[in-house]
Write a protein of this length. Structure first.
Lengths: 393, 198
């Protein structure tokens, strides 16, 4: 081990002290946040919407839906039989030091039928991307990690659409292990508009297929770091004519998270009201009939509060919303994260040994094609120093 | 990986007398007690032939988590029993090695290296290797192992690799070799023959 832990000790100790201070500060502020939420719940819904209108398009908070802001909903009954499908993906990023230019996306999925007692169906679908149009965007810039992640997200959605098609007309829940607003579009839309728009188009098309299949769709976010509901709570406490950028900035709940607030208020199995994200990207989703809404859920597993995102066509359909609520609770019962997502991740992950085997396969193919593949000298020297243990007899 | 051969493990520790391999396999692919396997040694110059004498299913964090749950769902249980690759450890006793086309019925010159692939020995090769019965002596000399059960399982595997009409005569010949090797211990020999005829 080259990391000099002795040098780090004072910083580690300081980190622990800071974390303890933050936790104490959080506990001091929580009751006030709880009272502010109750006040927001008492406010006339139109008055709340007026404040959101005044806050402008740059405000990033939770917009209420048809459900009362302070409401908590117990779990609905679980259907006797429910298809539950989870998909997750992993990738090998393009590497100019590797023996060839490519990237790989591997999608793992699991499809179980709750109530059947049958073993689930599993799949692992790798795809290799090596053509110029795969590796460069429209300005001939090399594709970056965010774009690969975006294509992986679209492929995950495609896998769920494919699986849900196999159980049309039956109760079905499809799950992703992340938020539903496409991350790459939030991050890179301004820099690589065309490439991002193509991914977004593919993603939304697959969401549409999923919607048509009759299944429910949800994104499960463990340990969410979002503060949208607290932003709303703060906004609700401001007089309408005092809503301005300065007052919005002076948020006393800034060091809290939404999940801190709802951990105090939700009983195991309960969910909050649904909210909608005010991100401009969500406006685009809304135009396509795919506005993303979210709620917080006490999964019943070690006081865990998860954020669950659903498209509006799930949020407004009590039957599909019930599958999401009850289905996630059941699937979290033993693992804290929905079981199909735990297994989908296991099926998707590309381990070091898999990478080595893939490299061998590529090397052999390149040799057969008359090429002399080799990694860069830099990559070679890293391998020399990384393999400190030798097996020589 | 040799074409058409199913990987059943990779060596995790080894010695001249045998090797241990680990892998995650779905339940239908688990090897069986008393079957033969092979792993490369000496940079491909030899193939150590092992006899599987122990198969243990390792737990992992997810399996442990499901086990302590109040009631894992039937689907999760079935997934872990039939679909999810099971982390297994197999232990094999070295009973010979192949160098080129020749079989040697003694301990190999070197053990396989860490992470060497372990494959089942194809039936045709099991038949060729077990044609001579010198491997029985290596099994009988293994210490601290249930040698008689291993020997019986190995002979059954060897017999099954042959056409049905040849199995009985093969077992009779193997029994005669056991009688020669265990002539000093008639009680044990009697037990062995009984196990073989069950």
């Amino acid at each position: 081990m080259t990391l000099d832990l002795a040098q780090l000790l004072p910083q580690v100790s300081q980190l622990a002290t800071d974390a303890a201070d933050r936790a104490a500060d959080r506990n001091r502020r929580l009751p006030e946040a709880g009272r502010a939420l109750e006040a927001a719940a008492r406010l006339d819904p139109q008055a709340l919407l007026d404040r959101i209108g005044r806050a402008g398009t740059r405000w990033r908070g939770a917009r209420p839906t048809d459900e009362p802001v302070g409401a908590a909903y117990p779990a609905p009954p679980h259907p006797e039989r429910l298809h539950v499908m989870g998909a997750d993906g992993s990738q090998v990023l393009p590497d100019r030091h590797a023996i060839a230019s490519f990237y790989l996306i591997n999608i793992g999925s699991l499809h179980l039928i709750h109530g059947s007692g049958e073993p689930p169906q599993v799949a692992s679908r790798p795809s290799l991307h090596f053509r110029d149009e795969d590796l460069y965007d429209e300005t001939l810039l090399p594709i970056d990690a965010a774009l690969v992640a975006g294509r992986r997200d679209a492929a995950e959605m495609g896998e769920l659409a494919r699986l849900s098609d196999s159980c049309r007309g039956e109760s079905a829940l499809t799950l992703l292990d992340n938020a539903l607003l496409l991350w790459v579009a939030l991050q890179e839309r301004d820099q690589r508009r065309h490439a991002v728009d193509r991914i977004l188009q593919a993603y939304l098309t697959e969401m549409g297929h999923l919607q048509q299949s009759g299944a429910a769709l949800a994104g499960f976010v463990d340990r969410p770091g979002s503060v949208n509901a607290l932003a709303l709570v703060h906004l609700a406490g401001l007089p309408l004519d005092s809503v301005n950028p300065e007052s919005l900035q002076a948020n006393p709940f800034r060091r809290l998270l939404d999940r801190d607030l709802f951990a105090q208020r939700l009983q195991p199995g309960e969910r909050t009201a649904r909210f909608a994200s005010t991100s401009p990207l969500n406006a685009d989703f809304h135009k396509r009939g795919q506005e993303i809404q979210f709620f917080y859920l006490h999964t019943g597993y070690q006081n865990q509060i998860a954020r669950v995102e659903v498209p509006e066509w799930v949020g407004q359909d009590s039957r599909r919303l019930g599958w999401v609520h009850a289905g996630i609770l059941e699937q979290c019962r033993t693992t804290g994260i929905p079981y199909p997502l735990v297994r989908a991740h296991e099926l998707a992950v590309v381990a070091q040994a898999d990478r080595a085997a893939l490299e061998q396969l590529l090397q052999a193919a390149l040799l057969r094609a008359g090429l002399r593949p080799h990694i860069s000298q830099k990559a070679q020297t890293k391998r020399w120093t990384a393999q400190r243990r030798r097996h020589r007899l | 990986m040799p074409e058409g051969r199913r990987l059943i493990g990779r060596v995790t520790r080894c010695s001249i007398r045998g090797f241990v391999g680990g892998m995650r396999l779905p339940e239908p692919d688990l090897p069986t007690f008393g079957s033969f396997c092979t792993a490369e040694a000496q940079r491909g110059q030899s193939q150590v032939i092992g006899l599987i004498y122990d198969i243990s299913v390792e737990d992992d964090e997810l399996a442990r988590q499901l086990a302590i749950a109040e009631a894992p769902s039937p689907e999760a249980r079935a997934d872990n029993q039939f679909t999810r690759p099971v982390p297994i450890e197999i232990q094999a006793l070295a009973v010979g090695y192949r160098s080129g086309d020749a079989y040697h019925y003694s301990l190999p010159p070197q053990p396989p290296l860490t992470l060497a692939d372990i494959f089942p020995l194809p039936a045709a090769e099991v038949r060729r290797f077990t044609e001579r019965l010198e491997f029985l002596a290596l099994i009988l000399s293994a210490s601290q192992l249930p040698v008689d059960d291993i020997l019986v399982a190995a002979l059954r595997t060897a017999a099954e690799s042959r056409p049905a009409a040849e199995r009985r005569s093969y077992l009779v010949r193997a029994g005669q070799e056991c009688a020669r090797l265990l002539g000093h211990d008639l009680t044990r020999l009697d037990g062995l023959v009984r196990l073989l005829t069950v």
